[in-house]
Ligand binder design. Structure first.
Ligand code: NAD
Length: 308
């Protein structure tokens, strides 16, 4: 079983090590890459993510800034803050933690970020460059998945890749990256008919639908590589028992913390079929944050005309 697991935690540590070396290289030239995060409102999960991003920067010798605005601060205040960070020459990366509270125009905020500082890769210029196959700053979760495939030597060229989920954050940019890596790509979504018939053809199956345990054994071709992007916090004991029968370690974690994490893939039932599979937690999640660090260093380099 263990040799099947795609260990995102280990790969993320590897990537962070390489990013740390590049940070040291920039430090020798008097440059300290800096990431600034904007958090609007007090969504608890968003606060945890923002804290983790700041800590990850510090650990790598990078600088960070966290800007907290009240949920009611208003569109103009958020846009002003983005303008200030755009104008600040010491800031290399700007990230607006999503989702913004109700009432905000997310596109208007993201469009305002200087594309050279757009470390989330959501600005239309960066999205367009990716589409044309000349990526500059690429969305972190899809970039992390490509790193995982590359580092684990999973062949992509000529393979059939099926992605469940067509969000701007995961599904669509990942489809472009896989396409440029010469996979035959299919995007599925909530209106796809007979999902299992489509996913069942995948050599590489990526689940990014945001639906707990959506992908069961009926969706998976034997031998497929299964990548689980979904993150769900399970707080009901019956759900843990149903999805992870006999998993004493997970139940102990549930008893201790009152919740456990799981993904879009019904891991226990799908893992026996898969040739390789990512766990949740410890799969795609750690790679996302490692790629955010990599993107910040890349932005710091590109902005100064240094080879990234
Ligand atoms: P989203 O809600 O924006 O998009 C979900 C997509 O899935 C939509 O395109 C929808 O059409 C599709 N979908 C929903 N139900 C479906 C169904 N039954 N069958 C087929 N398709 C269906 O979600 P998102 O922002 O892309 O996030 C997806 C999941 O990934 C969430 O669980 C989120 O928490 C997680 N996520 C994880 C990371 C990470 O670092 N691991 C990063 C981003 C998102």
């Amino acid at each position: 079983m263990n040799e099947k697991l795609l260990d995102g935690k280990r790969l993320a540590a590897e990537i962070r090590g390489e990013v740390g070396e590049r940070v040291a290289g920039l430090a020798a030239r008097g440059i300290v890459p800096r990431l600034d995060v904007i958090l609007v409102g007090d969504d608890p999960a968003s606060r945890v993510y923002v804290g983790a991003k700041a800590r990850a920067c510090e650990k790598l010798g990078m600088a960070s800034g966290t800007h907290r605005l009240e949920a009611g601060a208003g569109q103009a205040a958020v846009e002003r803050l983005v303008d200030d960070l755009n104008a600040d020459p010491g800031v290399d990366g700007i990230l607006v933690q999503l989702p913004l509270p109700d009432g905000y125009d997310t596109h208007a905020v993201l469009d305002r970020i200087d594309p050279a500082k757009d470390v989330d890769g959501f600005h239309p210029l960066n999205v367009g460059l990716l589409q044309q196959g000349r990526p500059a700053l690429v969305a972190c979760t899809p970039a992390g998945i490509m790193e995982l495939l590359r580092r684990e030597k999973i062949p992509v060229e000529g393979r059939r890749a099926v992605i469940v989920g067509r969000s701007d954050i995961v599904g669509k940019p990942l489809a472009m990256l896989l396409l440029h890596a010469h996979a035959t790509v299919t995007l599925c979504h909530s209106r796809t008919r007979d999902l299992a018939a489509v996913t069942g053809q995948a050599d590489i199956l990526v689940a990014a639908a945001g639906k707990l345990a959506l992908i069961g054994p009926e969706h998976v071709k034997p031998g497929a590589v299964v990548i689980d992007v979904g993150i769900h916090r399970i707080t009901e004991r019956e759900t843990v028992e149903r999805l992870f029968p006999g998993d004493e370690a997970r139940m102990a974690r549930f008893e201790a913390k009152g919740s456990v994490l799981a993904g879009d893939v019904d891991f226990v039932r799908v893992a026996p079929l898969a040739s390789r599979i990512t766990p949740v937690p410890g799969g795609v999640g750690p790679l996302t944050i490692a790629m955010l660090m990599a993107n910040t260093v890349r932005a710091a380099s590109l902005r100064r005309g240094i080879e990234a």
